[in-house]
Design a protein around this ligand. Structure first.
Ligand SMILES: Cc1cc2nc3c(=O)[nH]c(=O)nc-3n(C[C@H](O)[C@H](O)[C@H](O)COP(=O)(O)OP(=O)(O)OC[C@H]3O[C@@H](n4cnc5c(N)ncnc54)[C@H](O)[C@@H]3O)c2cc1C
Ligand code: FES
Length: 271
């Protein structure tokens, strides 16, 4: 059940170039949020910007976590993009901030044979909502594809390494790893497609990347859940500002914030 609540900033640090890690003490959300759900955060004490901004949960720690300092906290990893995120960079420790969450449906966690490889495919900050899935699929064959425009946009590598994930990196300018898009890299990966087992994919990234993924996976019979990014007004289903067209026979227009942000890749009608 989403609720509007206050949180206390426990950390707000730049991790690289335009990317920041924000830690928030917020027991009510930290204890109930699921992988792929998000929060709407008020970035300003005045009305500029007026609208809250959506952020995925990168990490959350419940009230029985062994590290007392992390208990009841959630972390978001954000990119300084415009006015709202610029204001967030100025948040100081102990600041009280307003949040709404948990929002959205989150990933469906299918029961899969233990031999099924799990593929996580993230572009830019799209890798953030995929990170909580490593805990869910701990100990399994996990392949992580991380993409960005340059090496400055490659995030979370060290965290994924802790889970013994098989990590592949792509940058469009070739400054790190494979030169090209993360979709190119993934489709050229022998490991994932010469495997006898059919992989199960979770992905998130810019619309262009997901559209490309949909086009190129069309002929392959793969299961793929995608978390969509959309401009959001309210974040909880009231304004219909975030709709996406789907193949759903009765309700083709679905709200990214309410019926999503996670959809089956095959269900989206890409313009
Ligand atoms: C469900 C969801 C989860 C998200 N999770 C994260 C996250 O974990 N980390 C993170 O850094 N960002 C995330 N985003 C994107 C984030 O909400 C936007 O970057 C943020 O709202 C920008 O606010 P701003 O005021 O700084 O920028 P604005 O001044 O509003 O816009 C600056 C630039 O960012 C683009 N932009 C704004 N909002 C979005 C959006 N929703 N999606 C894509 N582009 C946008 C604009 O087109 C513009 O080019 C998420 C978005 C959604 C919908
Ligand atoms: S943002 Fe208002 S309905 Fe989705």
């Amino acid at each position: 059940m989403p609720l509007q609540t206050d949180g206390i900033v426990v950390k707000n640090e730049r991790i690289k170039s335009l990317y920041f890690l924000l830690g928030i003490y917020c027991p009510s959300i930290a204890n109930q949020i699921k992988p792929g759900q998000f929060i709407m955060l008020k970035t300003s004490d005045n009305h500029s910007p007026l609208l809250r901004r959506p952020f995925s949960i990168y990490k959350n720690f419940t009230n029985n976590h062994p590290d007392k300092r992390k208990r009841d906290c959630l972390f978001i990893l954000y990119k300084k993009a415009g006015k709202g995120t610029q204001k967030m960079t100025t948040f100081k420790k102990e600041k009280r901030i307003s949040l709404i969450g948990p929002l959205g449906n989150g990933f469906t966690l299918p029961h899969l044979p233990s031999s099924t490889p799990i593929l996580l495919l993230g572009g830019g900050v799209g890798i953030v909502p995929l990170f909580p899935l490593v805990e869910v699929f701990k100990g399994r064959k996990l392949f992580v594809f991380i993409g960005g425009k340059t090496k400055e946009d490659i995030l979370c590598v060290e965290d994924f390494k802790k889970y013994n994930a098989n990590i592949s990196i792509a940058t469009e300018d070739g400054s790190l790893g494979f030169k090209g898009t993360v979709v190119d890299l993934f489709l050229s990966s022998k490991e994932t497609f010469q495997n006898k087992e059919i992989p199960y994919i979770f992905s998130c990234g810019p619309v262009g990347m997901l559209k490309e993924l949909a086009t190129r996976l069309k002929s392959k019979n793969l299961n793929c859940q995608v978390s969509l990014e959309a401009r959001m007004g309210c974040g909880f289903g009231a304004c219909w500002g975030c709709v996406v067209k789907t193949n759903h026979p009765k309700t083709p227009y679905q709200r990214v914030c309410k019926e999503g942000p996670v959809f089956n890749l095959k269900d989206i009608v890409w313009k």
